[in-house]
Design a protein around this ligand. Structure first.
Ligand SMILES: Nc1ncnc2c1ncn2[C@@H]1O[C@H](COP(=O)(O)OP(=O)(O)OP(=O)(O)O)[C@@H](O)[C@H]1O
Length: 596
């Protein structure tokens, strides 16, 4: 597998408008949240005014009871509005996480195979799990809260200006220092968060690597070294987290000092003004209540700036994936008569299926800017025939199959299916005509049935049994008490290598496609397993065109035509007997039983 491209790991900065794109999806509820914010702000701002009246009534004949009752109602009302506001906000935040995850998952499974080659699975997984969660904080931790806060802030500011502009001037001077400090520091927080999330991504990728190769790592005595590698990534994430904490640690005292400083200044200057008769006591108390109201949203603002910056760091990593073109971006439009996915009920096994001809015409291909893997390669797989490809390791055999499936497209030349260039078909349409069995024959974690019906979701029990019988797996499945519902682990844990391969062939058979691409396993199989595999391959060949990358003499013996590949070029085509006399390379391969 290729190393991840350096730029693939360098996530772009999250943009504010990407965040607003998620918010507009929830504009209805957010509008409600905003109304509640205004209501809550009004209920809060009214409180100091009522307190002013209560104090004003002291020493007069007027009873303060109505004002006190009003104050109680205001406090209760503000609490209630706050609770509903909080709930709606959290719910919306969960909704934002959901839509980010939906988009990411949809996008990840549609990325071109090239992108998957260049990226690490664990890192992609961590973007779905961890980065999306961080985006939630942008909402709950601040953004919308801050809007409500801004209203209270402005209201308090107006109240204070009306009461005593001089005191307000002193307060603002102190507060301004804190605001500037927060804005400067938050930019640093965003970049640190992005680095922390990248480290978490590398950690997840490392865990995936270690867990998926746990046997090899144990057997190689490399467990402690792997743990050390993973710890290094965890420590790196910790380091960034600590640095965020460091920046935060400087921020909070600054904002605390601003609050205390403005409070002390107001008390000092205000006390003096009360003593000199320039300000009423009730007005000073009201001013101080407004001051508290102004300071609270200021705290919210500080935390909003930091959490939004944090979220933007994570959002950058999400957006990087969402901005990639999908594999089907350049797809030809679907044909008007799409090939039915057999097993989908449109056609019974074998019905409506007619073998197709496959032509490679002067095909050249290189992975990225590397050396050419295939060079002006050409041969024809006649309809209904079985064509085997043989050649030394690295000759480009598996690559050839990948080009037919359009995991990659040739750099020059064309591949034609029944005369139509595969690039002129939509990938979905093309793949519906092809059964594909990879060399590694991946088995997905889940039940055997899930694995079987992957490409033919509506296949019934009888069809499943029939294909299992064709690949010699029926007895094995029936021997298990759960039968088809028996579960297999990740990577087909619980099945032998030969069984996995046959299960993969059964899966392709169930899809009942006119063309079958098979990449035979290179691993040695015992003679029983090898025989079973051949039965399976023979079943696959019945009535369809088969292109098989062969690693066994016994496989090529059953082929109608053998293509010898060397360093990306066709060096000979013929039957086994013909090639023995015409191809030096083939003789060499055959002498070693072809297993290369
Ligand atoms: N995804 C990839 N990215 C970059 N290079 C690749 C990729 N896959 C294969 N290659 C390179 O392309 C060349 C051909 O690989 P391919 O897997 O097609 O060979 P093969 O003939 O099937 O070999 P084998 O018999 O060992 O499976 C090799 O040099 C390999 O390193």
């Amino acid at each position: 597998m290729a190393e991840p491209a350096a730029d693939a790991m360098q996530a772009p900065r999250g943009r504010f408008r990407d965040l607003t794109a998620y918010l507009t999806e929830h504009r209805g509820v957010l509008g409600g949240v905003l109304v509640l914010s205004v209501l809550g702000a009004g209920l809060s701002l009214a409180q100091p005014v009522v307190v002013n009246r209560v104090i004003g009534s002291i020493g007069t004949a007027r009873s303060p009871a109505p004002e006190v009752a009003g104050l109680v109602l205001l406090v209760l009302g503000a609490g209630l509005v706050g609770a509903v506001h909080q709930y709606l906000l959290e719910r919306t935040a969960e909704g934002v996480v959901l839509s980010a995850r939906r988009r990411l998952v949809g996008q990840l499974l549609h990325l071109p195979v090239r992108e998957h080659d260049a990226r690490r699975a664990g890192d992609l997984v961590s973007r779905v799990g961890s980065d999306t969660t961080m985006v939630r904080a942008a909402l709950t931790g601040g953004l919308v809260d801050a809007l409500g806060g801004a209203l209270v802030f402005t209201g308090a500011l107006v109240g204070m200006a009306l009461l005593d502009p001089l005191l307000l001037g002193i307060t603002l001077g102190v507060v301004l220092v804190a605001v500037v400090a927060v804005v400067v520091a938050s930019a640093r927080i965003q970049s640190l968060t992005r680095s922390a999330q990248e480290a978490v991504g590398r950690l997840a990728a490392g865990v995936e690597r270690a867990v998926s190769a746990v046997r090899t790592i144990r057997a190689g005595g490399a467990t402690d070294r792997e743990i050390a590698r993973l710890e290094a990534e965890a420590v790196s994430a910790y380091g960034y987290g600590v640095r965020v904490a460091g920046v935060g640690a400087v921020l909070w005292p600054i904002s605390g000092l601003a609050v205390q400083g403005s409070f002390l200044a107001v008390l000092g200057v205000g006390g003096y003004r009360v003593a000199s008769g320039a300000l009423a006591v009730a007005d000073l108390v009201t001013f101080i209540l407004f001051l508290f109201m102004m300071v609270m949203p200021l705290g919210q603002f500080f935390s909003a700036v930091t959490t939004v910056r944090t979220a933007l760091g994570a959002l950058g990593r999400i957006q990087e994936i969402l901005d990639l073109p999908r594999e089907d971006a350049d797809d030809a439009p679907d044909r008007t008569d799409p090939a039915p996915r057999p097993g989908s009920g449109a056609a019974g096994p074998g019905e409506g299926r007619r073998p197709v001809e496959l032509v490679f015409d002067e095909v050249s291909f290189a992975y990225g800017s590397g050396r050419p893997v295939l060079e002006r390669l050409g041969f024809t797989v006649p309809a209904g025939s079985t064509t085997a490809i043989v050649g030394p390791s690295g000759a480009g055999k598996s690559t050839l199959l990948s080009l037919v499936e359009r995991f990659y497209d040739p750099d020059a030349g064309s591949i034609r299916l029944d005369g139509t260039d595969v690039r002129a078909m939509s990938r979905a349409d093309l793949r519906a005509r092809i059964g594909f069995v990879e060399q590694s024959a991946p088995v997905l974690a889940g039940s055997l049935r899930e694995n079987l019906v992957l490409a033919a979701p509506e296949a019934d029990e009888d069809s499943c049994r029939a294909v299992l019988d064709a690949v010699n797996l029926l007895e094995r499945v029936q021997a298990h008490p759960d039968g088809l519902d028996a579960t297999v682990g990740d990577d087909g844990a619980g099945l032998s290598g030969g069984e996995r391969q046959r299960l993969a062939i059964a899966r392709a058979l169930l899809a009942d496609t006119p063309l079958m691409l098979l990449d035979e396993p290179t691993a040695s199989l015992d003679s029983r397993n090898e025989k079973a595999l051949h039965t399976a391959i023979r079943s696959a060949a019945a009535g369809r065109t088969v292109l098989i990358v062969a690693h066994r003499l016994s496989t090529v013996a059953g082929a109608d035509q053998i293509v010898v590949l060397d360093q990306g070029r066709v060096t000979a085509v013929g039957t086994h007997d013909e090639l023995l006399s015409t191809s030096e390379l083939y003789r060499e391969l055959a002498r070693h039983q072809l297993l290369v």
